[in-house]
Design a binder for this molecule. Structure first.
Ligand code: HEM
Length: 480
């Protein structure tokens, strides 16, 4: 069972994540206002904001999924409180170092920090090593966390049970809870991509300290970067799905979901294909062997479709013609799943080679990944946050508050995303701080994006205000 100690650290995680989220959204709005010509920032300020925004967002929504999984895992196995605290400290220190390299050192190579850009110093000289040190701190902290959770699961379940292989046959003797299956599949994927990040940083350091004697292979570095970046950005969604499998039925007053043969097969498929889908980021790298480009397209389909298929099916069966106790958390899970599927479709369209020729590096890319993040994974985590903050209390606020928050998030989120989609379909490129006259169509859309993102931000602030009462109550409760 969850202890008061673990509730307290979870409350600290939530407050930290939402604070960083608010700051990062403001950076996003500033970028859209600049692209819309409403404010005037230097290109350096724009790219500093873009780099900080991208990395902070990926970092916080990754740890949001991890800490929720850590919390719920205690229903099945013991987890380490010390490692949880360590992960929090490493995350906060890592983010502070990252912000020092960007805000003070002006490092602005984008969240993908694609080799050899970090070596083309256009910022304070110290900012590049500080940026990489920040990555080391984050990656080491998260790797320890992942390995610790995997080790705890393996103390209770055998390897084949954690992957639910016994469910491939009828009537298995031991049942693997879906939460354990999805958590394990995801943690293994995350561990793999974090190891890729370690190799990437080690190779970068080797070049940095060799003073020109050793030069990396740019194609290998790009493969490693996307193996890390693409995979972690996708795996964090699956952490959110593990939470949904655990809580959706419980919150809705429905029987707990079970692992069936098709759920087991679909998630095992996901483990394999999620690790090779990143090749779709290299379609325009013509030196990449052609076979890998085809693997990239096929894996993009197979990584998303089975998991999406079984999750949507499970939710559909749970809600179809059934009386459900709808409340803010399960509504957020439900809408978040729709956002995940819609964003996923946008991603599959882009990952299809013939379409990618047109959509590559247009605003279609932020359109689809913001859909399954801002209107997918973020909502999964907000659902968990609300459920957690009201765990020991009466409902903090009434249905009216729920409607207001959902309306603001929906109206703001959809409008913000539409501005990206329309611009992307019109071939407006991504990552432009200002649009030249040839791309003038992007300007009003950027202003529209900023306006709707502000509505989304207001929804988040109201949500934050409301759940912080629950979190502060947990933090001020006696420890034993
Ligand atoms: C309402 C909230 C948000 C706003 C206003 C916002 C805004 C933006 C803008 C304007 C860009 C630059 C687009 C361009 O290429 O021109 C961007 C990029 C990005 N955003 Fe967001 N965003 C939001 C939420 C999120 C969330 C929830 C995530 C992730 C979980 C996220 C992750 C990223 C990433 C990874 C990039 C790419 C940065 C890069 O290209 O280096 N954003 N965002």
């Amino acid at each position: 069972m969850e202890s008061i100690k673990s509730k307290k650290i979870t409350a600290v995680w939530i407050i930290t994540i939402l604070t960083l989220f608010v700051v990062s959204i403001v950076l996003g709005i500033l970028m859209r206002l600049n692209q819309g010509g409403v404010i005037e920032q230097t290109p350096v300020a724009f790219y500093v904001n873009m780099t900080t925004h991208g990395l902070t967002m990926i970092g916080i929504w990754f740890v949001a999924g991890m800490m929720a999984v850590n919390f719920l895992l205690q229903r099945y196995v013991k987890t380490s409180h010390t490692v949880n605290i360590l992960a929090l400290v490493f995350t906060v220190v890592g983010v502070l170092m990252l912000w020092t390299s960007t805000f003070i050192g002006k490092f602005h190579a984008g969240w993908t920090f694609l080799y050899p850009l970090p070596f083309k110093i256009m910022w304070a000289k110290w900012a590049t090593p500080v940026f990489y040190l920040a990555l080391v701190v984050l990656v080491v902290g998260w790797l320890i966390w992942c390995l610790s959770l995997i080790a705890q699961i393996l103390k209770k379940y055998s390897i084949s049970q954690t992957f639910a292989w016994q469910h491939f046959k009828k009537n298995p003797k031991v049942e693997t809870p879906p939460f354990i299956l999805i958590s394990m599949i995801t943690l293994v994927g995350i561990t793999t991509c974090l190891i890729a990040a370690v190799v990437l940083v080690a190779l970068t350091a080797a070049e940095y300290f060799s003073k020109g004697a050793f030069v990396n292979d740019a194609l290998l570095m790009k493969n490693l970067t996307y193996f890390f970046g693409h995979t972690i950005a996708n795996e964090m969604l699956y952490l959110g799905l593990a939470v949904i499998y655990e809580l959706f039925s419980e919150i809705s007053g429905r029987p707990k979901w079970k692992t069936t043969w098709y759920v087991a097969i679909a998630w095992n498929f996901t483990l394999v294909f999620i690790l090779t889908a990143f090749f779709h980021h290299l379609y325009m790298d013509f030196v990449q062997p052609e076979g890998l480009q085809i693997v990239g397209q096929l894996a993009s389909y197979f990584a998303s479709l089975p998991a999406a298929g079984v999750t949507v099916f499970s939710i559909f069966i749970a809600v179809y013609r059934t009386k459900i106790n709808w409340s803010l958390p399960n509504l957020l899970f439900f809408i978040g799943t729709a956002g995940w599927v819609i964003g996923g479709l946008g991603a599959v369209i882009d990952a299809t080679i013939s379409n990618n020729v047109v959509l590559h590096n247009t605003l279609w890319v932020p359109a689809h990944f913001h859909t399954y993040n801002a209107m997918g994974n973020v909502l999964f985590s907000l659902g968990f946050f609300y459920w957690f903050a009201t765990l020991d209390t009466e409902k903090i606020y009434s249905g009216k508050g729920t409607k207001l928050i959902l309306s603001l998030l929906l109206i703001g989120g959809i409008g913000f995303l539409l501005a990206f989609y329309i611009a992307g379909a019109d071939s407006i490129p991504r990552r432009y701080s200002n649009y030249p006259p040839e791309l003038a169509a992007g300007i009003p859309l950027a202003t529209m994006g900023a306006a709707f993102a502000t509505i989304y931000l207001i929804g988040i602030l109201i949500f934050f205000f409301n759940i912080s009462k629950g979190c502060l109550k947990i933090l001020s409760s006696p420890s034993s």
